[in-house]
Design a protein around this ligand. Structure first.
Ligand SMILES: NC(=O)c1ccc[n+]([C@@H]2O[C@H](COP(=O)([O-])OP(=O)(O)OC[C@H]3O[C@@H](n4cnc5c(N)ncnc54)[C@H](O)[C@@H]3O)[C@@H](O)[C@H]2O)c1
Length: 254
């Protein structure tokens, strides 16, 4: 990935990308730096600092911050650290998340609560923390990585699907509140993408899932990250408000 691929469309812009130690978040951070942005990568996994170093290369434009999305104080501290490192946060990308499988029948409340906390409540808390600065400047982009399962549901994943549907509905509501004040909020709802998260799902599920996709294959991280660059950039992203964009191999067609 080089600057020329994006024409430096994010030069002078800043972003906080969560879940950036791995998978889609890491890819988005890498593409944003390649597009000229200065980016804070945040994750629970301490390896995020090494990932930031490797993405930064000679640009000096990537920084790592460790935080835990299960904890309100940790979220607020991460946003404060990102603001200090970047001067301001123009774009928030929430790409952290967890996924595990259980039928609704018999699902322990603790399992439901953990997935809702990490995959939905923390997105609200992160958004709430970055909004005041964006509203003061009349300029901001919120890009939440939801899931196609938040649109169509998924057997064995009712907790995850409910959290992601909540992210989509929260983002639409926020868009109605703040777009006239210069802050644009949208979701990316990927289909199955080859990342460590999907590697953890059962092989039976993956075989059946590939067979049902119109494209016949899972997506790659580099096929999702450009959507985030587009939404973060101007003028390319200027007209998207409360949308749910679907790099999803045709799994959901709206
Ligand atoms: N991979 C897919 O097929 C797919 C499809 C649709 C949506 N998504 C969504 O994309 C996002 C990224 O997923 P991925 O596939 O890249 O997964 P991944 O497991 O590779 O990355 C998720 C990252 O989130 C971090 N994380 C988990 N819990 C955290 C916490 N409490 N605090 C801070 N960080 C935490 C992990 O450490 C990890 O680095 C997730 O929101 C996921 O739900 C993924």
């Amino acid at each position: 990935m080089t600057n020329s691929a994006y024409g430096n469309c994010l030069a002078g812009r800043t972003a906080l990308v969560t879940g950036a130690a791995s998978g889609i978040g890491r890819g988005i951070a890498e593409h944003m730096v390649a597009a000229g942005a200065r980016v804070v990568l945040a994750d629970r996994d301490p390896k995020v600092t090494d990932v930031a170093l490797s993405i930064s290369g000679e640009t000096g434009n990537a920084f790592g911050v460790v935080f835990d999305a299960r904890n309100e104080e940790s979220i607020e501290a991460a946003v404060a650290q990102a603001q200090a490192l970047l001067g301001r946060i123009d774009t928030l990308v929430t790409s952290h998340g967890i996924l595990n499988e259980h039928t609704l029948d018999g699902m322990p409340l603790s399992q439901w609560n953990e997935v809702l906390q990490v995959d939905l409540t923390s997105v609200f808390l992160l958004t709430r923390a970055v909004l005041p600065g964006m509203l003061d400047r009349g300029d901001g982009r919120i890009i939440n990585v939801a899931s196609q399962l938040g649109q169509k549901g998924g057997a064995g994943m009712s907790h995850y699907a409910a959290a992601k549907a909540g992210v989509i509905a929260m983002t639409k509501s926020l868009a109605q509140e703040v777009s006239s004040r210069g802050v644009l909020a949208n979701c990316i709802a990927p289909g199955p993408i080859d990342t460590p998260m999907v590697a953890g799902i059962s092989e039976d599920w993956k075989v059946a899932k590939r067979a049902e996709l119109p494209l016949g294959r899972f997506g790659q991280i580099d096929e999702v990250a450009p959507t985030a660059v587009m939404l973060a950039s101007s003028p390319f992203g200027d007209i998207y408000v409360g949308q749910t964009l679907g790099p999803n191999s045709g799994d959901v067609m709206l």
